[in-house]
Design a protein around this ligand. Structure first.
Ligand SMILES: Nc1ncnc2c1ncn2[C@@H]1O[C@H](COP(=O)(O)OP(=O)(O)OP(=O)(O)O)[C@@H](O)[C@H]1O
Length: 426
């Protein structure tokens, strides 16, 4: 049998969300030593699978089991917290309203999404009429998307993806809101994707749709893959589970959910690593040690990759630097610096700098205007609603490249409220 090309490979992929309710909680948690104070929630707890060209994979699971989170990682919309998600090919996700700009018309959204998926203006012009026809939106195509029903948004999203020619197509419950004729038409079209060798991930709560579409099913259960296999094996097990679950009393159901959700809060990567080690030892003790060395990095995330010694060292350096700056610039004694280490931040409002200017002038020290700190403080900028990087660069008379370089940006996307540095030639 010819091995089909692997298009998606997930290796111990996790996704953690923090449950800090307010931004101030997050700031407090950072000061409580590198975010240890933030309650965690692991929506995906270390899943591994491979998907191949020409495969339609149904993803099932109760509400909140992690289906959308997993597929957003497949689509590249969000990055795993740890583990690896390897994607071989272009992706297109169809979820109700995903990636749509509500204030733009349906037609403008088609153009925008198609451009984002790599189509040229010429290709879009050539396909525009077909996309609109597939969407069945008629005159509504020139109305803003915010006026659309969820069914209309789904139709638009589906029509765009049909013509985007992506290698991996993700349909996240987008067919659950359309009318039956459109749904059937879309399912027929999706079957053609399969014949064209695309990989399709299909999320639906409808067993009938699953039966029609999926040859393989992944059952997500509170962040884990509970089963992964042929439709005929997985679906009956899932339906048996649902029957049992639906027979639970309200209290039993809540207790069941609490048990699993608590496990998602207390989950750790160390635990995942240990489970994987045990599994490897059981499977093949002779190769287990070698494999453990190879996949060590799969069980670490950003901050954990930094050892305790490095973290402690960086903390000491940061405290000393802030203290030294406070001492030099605010004429504080070391005792005062130790007592109020955050004075540097709170004292450097522009008005304070003006006071400093005078103070330093009287004592004959260099004027703050000549110090680097003054320049840097003056040139942070908070992005306002609707502003683009190009607009900000023009206003500030600085090149876009210089801003990107100063802020270590890899693209030109800026968001309202984001604070950026506007570099100044000195
Ligand atoms: N940004 C977030 N912050 C905190 N928790 C989140 C976030 N996004 C998702 N979650 C949580 O992660 C879990 C998985 O959510 P997800 O949307 O992936 O589930 P799902 O299986 O797609 O659910 P549904 O069938 O209802 O669409 C849920 O418990 C959800 O509350």
């Amino acid at each position: 049998m010819v091995e089909k090309k692997v298009t998606v490979a997930a290796n111990h992929v996790t996704k953690r969300f923090d449950l800090a309710e307010r931004q101030s909680d997050k700031v407090k948690a950072v000061f409580k030593f590198w975010g240890k104070g933030i309650p965690n929630f692991w929506a995906v707890k270390g899943v591994s699978f491979e998907a191949h060209a020409g495969e339609t994979i149904g993803v099932i699971g109760t509400n909140g089991s992690g289906k959308s989170t997993l597929l957003e990682m497949v689509a590249g919309l969000t990055q795993p917290t740890s583990g690896h998600m390897t994607i071989n090919g272009s992706t297109s996700i169809i979820a109700i309203g995903a990636g749509m700009r509500p204030q733009l018309t349906g037609r403008a959204n088609i153009r925008l999404k198609a451009l984002m998926q790599g189509m040229t203006e010429k290709e879009i012009d050539a396909k525009m009429d077909d996309i609109i026809e597939f969407s069945e939106l008629g005159d509504f195509i020139d109305q803003p998307v915010k006026s659309y029903s969820s069914g209309m948004k789904s139709k638009l999203g589906f029509a765009i993806s049909v013509y985007s020619d992506a290698d991996i197509v993700i349909i996240d419950e987008a067919l659950s809101v359309g009318d039956p004729t459109f749904t059937q038409k879309s399912m027929e079209r999706t079957k053609r994707f399969k014949e064209e060798g695309k990989t399709i991930f299909f999320v639906s709560h409808s067993a009938a749709q699953m039966r029609q579409m999926a040859d393989r099913v992944i059952w997500m259960h509170y962040g884990d893959i509970r089963m992964d296999g042929p439709f005929d094996k997985v679906m009956p097990e899932y339906e048996r589970f649902l029957k049992r679950f639906n027979r639970f009393s309200e209290n039993e159901r809540l207790a069941y959910q609490k048990r699993y959700k608590d496990a998602q809060k207390t989950f750790t990567l160390a635990h995942l690593k240990q489970l994987e080690r045990n599994r490897q030892m059981l499977l093949d003790p002779s190769t287990a040690l070698k494999r453990q060395k190879e996949d060590e990095h799969a069980f670490t995330e950003g901050s954990e990759k930094m050892g305790w010694f490095t973290r402690a060292f960086l903390l000491v350096i940061t405290i000393l630097t802030v203290g030294l700056m406070n001492k030099q610039l605010l004429n504080m004694s070391w005792a005062n610096v130790m007592a109020h280490p955050t004075h540097l931040i709170t004292n450097f409002a522009p008005s304070k700098l003006a006071q400093l200017d005078q103070r330093h002038g009287r004592t004959g020290s260099p004027k703050p205007a000549e110090t680097p700190v003054y320049t840097a403080t003056q040139n942070t900028y908070t992005v306002k609603d609707g502003e683009t990087l190009v607009g900000i660069a023009e206003k500030a008379n600085i090149s876009v490249e210089a801003i990107m370089q100063a802020n270590h940006m890899t693209d030109q996307v800026v968001n309202p409220g984001q604070v950026i540095i506007l570099p100044v030639e000195r």
